[in-house]
Design a protein around this ligand. Structure first.
Ligand SMILES: C[S@@+](CC[C@H](N)C(=O)[O-])C[C@H]1O[C@@H](n2cnc3c(N)ncnc32)[C@H](O)[C@@H]1O
Length: 280
């Protein structure tokens, strides 16, 4: 059957559950009913490109183990919306934390931006570190691991080029110091890029993988796509990745009832952050 005859087809409730089940099993993301039309639009657009006329046929292609279509589907279905210094209170909190570390002694700090989308979040964090180094000196080095499941988002992040209006929330002094004009775009300078390692990674895999222990884990607007039980299990896994004294920052209100005996909540207005206890 040709594409035009299929164009008006709708996902049935059962098909929606099937797609949602696959997405949740592999990424943790759980679509709500209101997102059915978004899923359907994305599927139909891609099916048209492939000249594939049925949701069920396309489902078989996407779920094929080792097939490349899974990545295409993930790129289309993830919401990569982000901004520089998106939640100002959280960045203010990170800045105070960093300054304390810079004041103390020499150190090597590991930071992780989880669900970094197109890079604005890790670049914002790197600018805070550069600023702290300039005003407080000290022998401090830092590395930022920035991860996201979307290969397309990570490719944009690695490039580090943004349209001028993407920088409205960046202070003019920072814009001048840390960006260069490249055609119509503003490009992050190498000094800010260098400490960041971008990887395309699924948080569900990382949660089981030992990586370097972190001083700061910044995880905002990722858990909102997950069901409550999964949010808590991811947070428990992130706590495992913190150094003693390390800090986990999530978006305010993203998880309401989570508790973990290895962390204490930080008392900061408008910020939801937890510090790993010093002795383990
Ligand atoms: C709305 S963006 C948030 C970006 C940034 N953290 C911020 O707060 O502005 C959510 C990001 O989480 C990513 N994401 C969703 N599920 C993921 C998973 N299982 N593993 C890693 N990243 C995931 C998406 O690709 C998307 O880029």
């Amino acid at each position: 059957m040709g594409w035009s005859l299929q164009a008006a087809q709708s996902l049935s409730a059962q098909q929606f559950e099937q797609w949602n089940g696959l997405l949740e099993e592999r990424t943790g993301m759980h679509l709500r009913r209101v997102q059915q039309s978004h899923l359907q639009t994305q599927l139909l657009m891609r099916m048209r490109e492939l000249n594939c006329s049925s949701f069920d046929d396309y489902y078989q292609i996407v779920r094929a183990v080792g097939g490349s279509e899974w990545g295409v589907f993930v790129n289309r279905i993830t919401v990569n919306e982000t901004r520089f210094f998106r939640h100002l209170e959280s960045f203010g909190f990170v800045q105070r934390t960093i300054v304390e570390k810079y004041k103390k002694a020499s150190a090597s700090l590991n930071i992780w931006s989880v669900g970094c989308a197109t890079g604005e979040e890790p670049y914002s964090l790197a600018m805070l570190f550069e600023e702290a180094a300039e005003s407080h000196g000290g022998n401090v080095s830092y590395t930022i691991d920035a991860t996201d499941i979307s290969a397309k988002a990570i490719a944009i992040a690695k490039l580090g080029e943004y349209p001028h209006d993407a920088l409205v929330d960046v202070k003019p002094t920072l814009r001048e110091k840390y960006f260069q004009t490249r055609g119509d775009m503003l490009k992050v300078i190498d000094g800010v890029k260098k400490p960041i390692r971008f990887h395309c990674e699924n948080i569900l895999d990382l949660a089981h993988k030992p990586i370097e222990k972190m001083d700061i884990i910044f995880c905002q607007n990722l858990l909102i796509y997950f069901q409550e039980w999964r949010k808590k299990s991811i947070l428990d896994a992130l706590v495992e990745q913190l150094k003693p004294g390390g800090i986990l920052i999530i978006g305010p209100g993203e998880v309401m009832t989570w508790k973990n005996i290895f962390v204490t909540p930080c008392r900061e207005n408008g910020v939801q952050a937890y510090q790993r206890i010093q002795t383990t």
